[in-house]
Design a protein. Structure first.
Length: 434
């Protein structure tokens, strides 16, 4: 997590001051609930709320922790410095550190999820707009990197839209799954704290009570959350890789917007490199890097250990900040992507009609030729295009075996590009609705 790849709103979620503010709210709401239940005096709970406008001193908490070697105790000590030692004596009553740490972590993840959901929605809007703009802009589809059959640029954007729309649903599910809290005390038995305290704290923080916690919230929830971030990052890379391919000099069907004054190379003034999408490919790797550690965090000893803690202190901020930046960057790339329809057509015709081979194959079989023989007839003419630079349609028209089955008009008809776009509207209605 470095400033170069960070945006302020997401970074703010993970700042120490934000964390301590959430810790304070957990403790204060817990005191309020205990006072309502008659467990602690009302005046003590009210005294804790006097700190609601306090700017907690991060340096002071660090100073205390240097002695206590315990972050939650350091915070509670600092809180007592503001509230008063006697007034604060019921703070953290019946609670354990994980009640604060885990509940806070989930609050942070929920807030991060809200930003990521908004990011995906913004990206979806850009993909939808460009899909509609290039709905019938014909380009060659490729399989194995080799020309296959015609498609459209609109369909390319539409398939990325559909993928990101699934990611939006995944993020919403991940947000819901991570939005739990636990104020259940040591080993999660509520022996020293009423379950109603947990219910109150969770309600105030927008969470639901964890049905059963040990001393920690179960980490399968977090594994699912970070796995979802990994999937979203992979989808970002999927889009970025397609753009990188399209910007290759030999292809040049689209390219990242090149700003006035931008320089592509320190050595070669002519260069216009796909630096943003290359960057996105790298950022996706960083997000996915967190998935396996998150999975390994699921296994903890008995009711609790802290082998997960150091992992989450890193992957929580790093993955959410990085993915937030990546999604915003991709939305900008899509929004300003320069499209070259003429180059798409030039690429389409680079091998002189070869991409229509399946239509000819099917026509021959429909004319009574066996599929095996039809394949041989089409392939032998196709190979002349590959190897000798011939024109595919011309070769077919000169092939007596082909002409025995198909007329000149029937062969000519098989080279109509519109044939390949006749169901674009159907696909768009499936992706975007009627």
């Amino acid at each position: 997590m470095i400033p170069r790849y960070s945006r302020p709103e997401m970074v703010q979620i993970w700042e120490p001051a934000t964390k301590f503010r959430i810790w304070y709210e957990i403790e204060a709401h817990a005191c309020q609930a205990m006072a309502d239940l008659g467990t602690i005096p009302r005046e003590n709970a009210d005294a804790v709320w006097k700190a609601k406008d306090v700017e907690f001193d991060v340096a002071r908490i660090d100073e205390i922790e240097a002695v206590t070697r315990h972050d939650v105790i350091a915070f509670l000590t600092h809180l007592a410095e503001h509230v008063g030692a006697d007034e604060a004596r019921f703070v953290h009553q019946g609670m354990t550190s994980s009640d604060v740490l885990d509940t806070c972590f989930n609050v942070q993840l929920v807030r991060a999820a809200d930003i990521l959901i908004a990011d995906i929605e913004e990206l979806l809007a850009a993909l939808r707009r460009r899909a509609m703009e290039h709905k019938f802009t014909v380009r060659i589809g490729r399989s194995h990197g080799i020309h296959a059959e015609p498609t459209t640029m609109g369909l390319t954007f539409a398939r990325f839209y559909a993928e990101m729309d699934r990611n939006l649903a995944r993020m919403r599910t991940a947000r819901q799954e991570i939005a739990t809290g636990a104020i259940s005390g040591a080993v999660g038995t509520f022996a020293n704290i009423d379950p109603r305290v947990e219910e109150h704290v969770c309600a105030e923080l927008g969470l639901t009570p964890e049905p059963i916690s040990t001393q920690v919230i179960p980490r399968d929830r977090h594994a699912a959350f970070f796995a979802t971030l990994g999937v979203v990052a992979s989808s970002v890379e999927n889009v970025a890789t397609e753009i990188r391919h399209m910007q290759r000099t030999e292809v040049l069907e689209a390219e990242e917007f090149f700003n006035p004054g931008q320089k592509g190379s320190s050595a070669m003034p002519h260069k216009r490199n796909p630096v943003l999408t290359e960057n996105l490919t790298g950022l996706a790797r960083l997000v996915r890097m967190a998935v396996v550690p998150a999975m390994e965090n699921v296994t903890l000893w008995h009711e609790r250990d802290i082998s997960h803690s150091s992992v989450e202190r890193n992957i929580g901020p790093d993955t959410t900040v990085t993915l937030d930046f990546a999604l915003a960057r991709l939305a900008g790339v899509i929004d300003k992507l320069v499209i070259y329809p003429d180059h798409m057509l030039q690429n389409m015709h680079k091998f002189r009609g070869l991409v229509m081979s399946q239509r000819v194959l099917l026509a021959l079989t429909q004319a009574g030729v066996s599929r095996e023989d039809a394949y041989k007839l089409v392939q032998r003419n196709a190979m002349r295009v590959w190897e000798e630079g011939k024109d595919f349609k011309t070769e077919l028209l000169a092939d007596d075996d082909v002409r025995a089955a198909l007329s000149e008009a029937e062969i000519e008809e098989k080279f109509d590009l519109d044939y390949h776009t006749k169901h674009v509207d159907t696909i768009f209605s499936r992706v975007f609705g009627e």
